[in-house]
Design a protein around this ligand. Structure first.
Ligand SMILES: NC(=O)c1ccc[n+]([C@@H]2O[C@H](COP(=O)([O-])OP(=O)(O)OC[C@H]3O[C@@H](n4cnc5c(N)ncnc54)[C@H](OP(=O)(O)O)[C@@H]3O)[C@@H](O)[C@H]2O)c1
Length: 248
């Protein structure tokens, strides 16, 4: 069964954040699936494209002109069927660390988290939603995180990451409504990949039991299954790796 059996035959996909742990595996799974057409892999530094159907290009999601150019490149010959934003930031060596308490809040860290986790994906949506195919199921999925659920927040901490993902969720919910009016078979959604063994989570996943720590390949497979199962009524929702809805 092709990975994207619910979409048009030979769907075209774009992965934003293709250099990341999950993004790279999304590219790899899609490129190795015979049913998938072209795969556009976008990252700040282009990834080596080992398969002919992969086209690696540069994107800086924090610079609108770069995003505009990326959308034009990916849709030059044909509309897209699937866009996944797999970019995100939780920590950066020496500066950004998830806050343990309010004493650690800093304007710079809050702004950096919002810039990469919320503003960037929203600008990607602004330029990529109009280049999705019409008349067939299409999906724009932004990778969010369960800790961005306001309802689910019982522990506190990680304020910048949590708040930036909550903002991402609101942006995607809002754009989902608008997109459904313009392109009724187009689904905008937020997905939680589970805890995945990548550079983003590694410093904080030491206590996660092995059974609940996914490899990037497994996580990418889960996400593509959820995407293929999405129905039009699911637009604007927030779903976990197993397809279960998460409350905002
Ligand atoms: N891993 C987990 O356990 C987990 C759990 C919940 C949610 N998520 C979410 O899943 C998504 C993918 O995470 P991952 O685990 O694959 O992380 P990752 O391996 O650290 O990859 C993150 C990606 O984001 C890109 N990125 C970071 N800062 C950027 C910036 N300023 N501008 C443009 N791109 C930037 C990176 O590109 P460069 O290579 O150019 O830096 C990289 O491609 C993220 O949204 C994350 O929040 C992950």
């Amino acid at each position: 069964m092709p990975l994207l059996s619910s979409m048009t035959p030979s769907p075209h996909a774009a992965i934003i954040g293709a250099s990341g742990g999950i993004g790279h595996e999304l590219v790899s799974l899609l490129a190795n699936d015979r049913g998938v057409g072209r795969v556009f892999a976008f990252s700040r530094v282009p990834i080596p494209a080992r398969l002919s159907k992969v086209e690696a290009h540069v994107i800086d999601i924090t610079a609108e002109e770069s995003v505009r150019e990326a959308a034009a490149v990916a849709s030059a010959d044909s509309p897209l069927d699937l866009v996944i934003v797999s970019s995100g930031i939780l920590h950066r060596a020496g500066t950004l660390q998830p806050e343990k308490s309010m004493r650690e809040l800093s304007p710079a860290n809050l702004l950096e988290s919002f810039t990469v986790n919320a503003v960037g994906p929203a600008i990607v949506a602004k330029h990529f939603l109009p280049v999705l195919r019409r008349g067939q199921k299409t999906v724009f999925a932004a990778l969010s995180a369960r800790v961005g659920s306001i309802t689910d927040n019982r522990l506190g901490g990680w304020a910048s990451y949590r708040a930036s993902k909550a903002a991402l969720n609101m942006l995607m919910k809002t754009l989902a409504i608008e997109q459904a009016r313009r392109n009724p078979q187009s689904i905008v959604t937020c997905l939680h990949p589970g805890t995945v063994d990548t550079p983003l989570s590694r410093p904080y996943s030491g206590r996660v039991p092995a059974s609940r720590l996914f490899t990037p390949t497994r996580a990418a497979g889960h996400l593509l299954e959820v995407i293929d199962d999405l129905k039009l009524d699911d637009a604007g929702g927030f779903y976990a790796w197993d397809g279960k809805a998460i409350e905002y």
